[in-house]
Design a protein around this ligand. Structure first.
Ligand code: SAM
Length: 228
């Protein structure tokens, strides 16, 4: 289960809302039952239920551990895509695979206007729990590609681009603390965006000969780093 650090204090954790409902109604847990809780900041706790209602569950913690963040940190930068279910799929799979941060940006060929951040945040919590992770990736909306890039000037930049001639796979051997993986929206990056990225030091990366949808490119790109 998930409780943010603000709900974990002095050896007690409080689970609220959906988490409490799930424990009480779906799991039909009782006082004394044991639970594992993650705080999304590397903390994993175990304990037993002291008090339970449909809206709140109080847990007495008797075991805790801290899991360090992944090294290097992988940051996914994704152009916003029009279809909501495809965007949500990409975010869910990126988190299951183990991305540390997600930045969504509008680029020249972005069509979509609004993104439901509340839905993406709840998908992030579910995906973190589903994949048994303890770090909750942040999801940030940027107005432009430039705004996004400005936040990661120290990182290594890799851009998935269909028009790369030859490719060696040494790009996964990195010394950087933070690696930015960029994937374009359904219309791709424009030539001037690609120029801007490569002028800024980005390496273009091919994901094979086939033209992939954005969400497929996201999972293919991340899995090269995260599944070894
Ligand atoms: N520009 C393309 C077009 O309309 O012809 C399509 C863009 S593709 C659907 C969306 C994004 O996925 C691209 O911007 C790129 O980042 C990534 N991508 C798709 N296929 C790729 C491949 N074979 N190699 C590298 N990146 C790829």
């Amino acid at each position: 289960y998930y409780a943010p650090p603000s709900q974990i204090n002095n050896g007690f954790a409080e689970l609220l809302d959906q988490e409490a409902k799930h424990i009480s109604k779906v799991m039909r847990a009782r006082e004394g039952d044991r639970l594992t809780i993650v705080d999304g900041q590397g903390g994993r706790y175990q304990g037993s239920i002291l008090m339970i209602t449909n809206d709140a569950v109080q847990v007495k913690i008797d075991k805790s551990e801290n899991v360090p963040p992944s090294d290097p940190r992988l940051v996914l930068g994704m152009g916003i895509i029009k279809k909501r279910d495809r965007l949500e799929f990409a975010v869910e799979k990126a988190i299951e695979l183990g991305v540390s941060e997600i930045g969504l940006f509008r680029s020249e060929r972005t069509i979509k206007k609004n993104v439901r951040m509340d839905r993406l945040e709840s998908i992030a919590v579910s995906a973190m729990k589903q994949s048994l992770q303890v770090w909750l990736p942040t999801i940030t909306m940027y107005h432009t590609l430039d705004d996004f890039l400005a936040s990661y000037t120290q990182a290594e930049w890799l851009v998935a681009h269909e028009k790369v001639e030859k490719q060696d796979h040494s790009f996964t051997d990195t010394d950087s603390d933070t690696v930015l993986l960029l994937v374009g929206p359904e219309g791709g990056f424009s030539p001037s965006e690609i120029d801007k990225l490569t002028d800024g030091g980005a390496t273009t990366v091919s994901l094979g000969e086939n033209r992939l949808r954005t969400e497929t490119a996201v999972t293919a790109f991340l899995s090269q780093f995260l599944i070894q």
